[in-house]
Design a protein. Structure first.
Length: 96
């Protein structure tokens, strides 16, 4: 069961996305660094606004560290994609 934040403490949004799976990865990243985070579903009236998604909030005093971790993770993922040559991406694995 996910713990609930204290209603008197200030939470700030550090991440939002449309896919819950992406939010779960970010939550895992933050929690592995010892940052408590809280996921909230963003539900809207699908007839008026056909969007939804998930938002991640952290305590105000952990905001800077959470944003830094998310940014570093994104930069690392982009770097890995840029390092892979188109030839490497299209190569067939060696046959055994």
């Amino acid at each position: 069961m996910e713990k609930r934040p204290d209603p008197n403490e200030k939470l700030v949004k550090v991440f939002d996305c449309e896919q819950e799976s992406e939010a779960l990865v970010v939550r895992g990243l933050l929690e592995s660094a010892g940052i408590d985070c809280f996921m909230t579903a963003l539900d809207t009236d699908q007839e008026l606004f056909p969007v939804g998604g998930v938002m991640i909030q952290v305590r105000e005093d952990q905001e800077d560290e959470a944003r830094r971790l998310i940014e570093e993770s994104r930069a690392g993922a982009e770097s890995n994609l840029q390092d892979a040559s188109p030839e490497a991406l299209s190569e067939e694995p060696p046959q055994k």
